[in-house]
Design a protein around this ligand. Structure first.
Ligand SMILES: O=C(O)CCC(=O)C(=O)O
Ligand SMILES: [Fe+2]
Length: 478
């Protein structure tokens, strides 16, 4: 008997056909009840991560749909738009802000599920269950907050100036870089057209003679794949004495790392630390190692501006930050965030479009409620945010280049993750098709082309936090 291809099947692109074949192969012998053990968060991750069937993005909150300046994806992946109405929201006009944009949002804390949106400043106070009102509020979304020019400045800074010592990156444990860092060597490599500046692995120069003769095994390569996430207990000021005594040995250099060209290592860059030294092994800050390069002014300025642009009184009207948000989450501390919010730590995440970030809670900061400011650059991500456990159904939100998301108060310790980066969604203003208004500022000095090539299939997320609560003296060297 001859199999007849369905019309749907015939319409598939080669990439979709490949994804479908892969899906059928990997799920052939899988038990059908596997989904039963999944939490709602896990199920959502699986759904958005799937290459086949392509996820239905109509449930994803997409607040750029009326804002064409911000949503300028170059086309490609079929379902790269969500829906403005994917979740309920209501717009409220409030006084004009300093930029002249009419914008503000006012939460109505009464129904089951409320979302309030304005064009430039958006506040989402969502409620999954009535009894979870406090746990899930404090999320503020500012779509297109960062201008095109500033996006390029942040990208330039992240790759060239930030991802090098004293800011540790995921590659530092395994490779030896010259003082200029990986990106600098990569640019030289592009200019010279030679591959002479081969990056040497640390293990081959260490005392282990066996290291350099170990055959390369890609699956054992610690620099490939997503960030490793381990569960840790929430930090708080009362735990500081204990945190200061924790031993935080540096990770061992991988014996599998081989001499590598800069071009091969650039896509393996996953993260670079900001400020207070963070130990990825035990998920705690190692305060004894100080503040590294501190929080660069380019990051600090955007974060402060974002926090200052929010009317926190409106955000927290009717919502209390209760003592169980951690002893750093003092009641009504939001009253002074506009004046005294000061970031001191964080991470720059570098994603390739195949990367994901699993559900997690950022609980290593002693400050349990202060704003965490997250800046998205490059390709669009599906961001999921749920509640205090993975059992809360997460809300999916598109984060596009230039968007800023602030997690504060109760939602600061909500589960969240990035199950998908959408291919071909890097906006034109980052890809080199500039006009005189959008050309990169001359203060960036070098040619934008390598940055554009990198961003075509990448997303950078600058994730900035405040470790110590206001007025808390950790008694540590600055
Ligand atoms: O990439 C993002 O949008 C989120 C990153 C994140 O959650 C983190 O760095 O802890
Ligand atoms: Fe996070």
């Amino acid at each position: 008997m001859t199999a007849v291809a369905s019309p749907d099947h015939l319409r598939l692109t080669p990439a979709q056909k490949k994804a479908r074949r892969q899906h059928l192969k990997t799920t052939k012998n899988r038990p059908t009840d596997i989904k039963e053990g999944w939490t709602p968060f896990r199920a959502a991750e699986k759904r958005f991560k799937a290459k086949w069937p392509p996820p239905d993005m109509s449930s994803v909150l997409d607040l750029h749909l009326e804002d064409t300046d911000c949503a300028s994806g170059s086309g490609g992946e079929a379902s790269q738009t969500g829906r403005r109405g994917a979740v309920d929201w209501r717009q409220i006009d409030v006084p004009v802000n300093e930029k002249g944009n009419k914008a503000y949002v006012f939460p109505r804390i009464s129904g089951m599920r409320d979302h309030f949106v304005s064009r430039m400043y958006i506040l989402i106070a969502y409620i999954i269950c009535k009894y979870m009102i406090c746990r899930l509020s404090g999320l503020v979304y500012l779509p297109g907050f960062v201008s095109s020019d500033e996006q390029r400045r942040l990208i330039h800074w992240s790759l060239k100036d930030h991802a090098k010592l004293p800011n540790e990156t995921n590659l530092d444990a395994h490779y030896l870089f010259p003082p200029g860092g990986l990106w600098d060597v990569y640019l030289k490599f592009l200019n010279d057209g030679t591959d002479e500046e081969t990056i040497q692995p640390k293990a081959s120069t260490s005392s282990s003679p066996a290291a350099s003769s170990t055959p390369y095994n890609a699956s054992a390569d610690p620099t490939s794949g997503p960030r490793t996430l381990i569960s840790n207990s929430p930090a708080s000021p009362s735990l500081l004495p204990t945190l200061l005594t924790l031993s935080t040995p540096p990770p061992a250099p991988s014996p599998n790392a081989k001499p590598c060209s800069p071009a091969a290592l650039v896509p393996k860059l996953r993260w670079a630390n900001i400020g207070w030294h963070y130990h990825w092994g035990n998920k705690q800050y190692d305060f004894t190692r100080g503040r590294g390069g501190g929080v660069a002014e380019v990051y600090r300025a955007v974060c402060k501006r974002a926090v200052q642009s929010v009317n926190w009184e409106d955000v927290y009207r009717g919502i209390a930050i209760t003592a169980d948000e951690g002893d750093g989450g003092a009641i009504e501390e939001w009253r002074t965030w506009r004046e005294d919010y000061e970031p001191d730590a964080g991470i720059v995440n570098f994603y390739q479009t195949s990367d994901t970030l699993m559900a997690h809670v950022d609980r290593s900061e002693l400050c349990a409620a202060s704003p965490l400011v997250s800046i998205s650059l490059g390709c669009t991500a599906v961001f999921l945010i749920g509640g205090p456990t993975r059992d809360t159904e997460p809300v999916p939100i598109f984060l596009r280049s230039g968007d800023v998301l602030i997690m504060s108060g109760p939602c600061r310790r909500a589960y969240h993750g990035v199950p998908r980066i959408l291919e071909d969604t890097c906006p034109a203003h980052l890809l080199g098709s500039f006009n005189s208004q959008t050309a990169p500022s001359s203060d960036q000095g070098d040619d934008w082309k390598p940055y554009a090539e990198y961003m075509r299939s990448a997303r950078i997320n600058v994730n900035v936090r405040q470790v110590f609560p206001r007025g808390f003296d950790p008694g540590l060297p600055i």
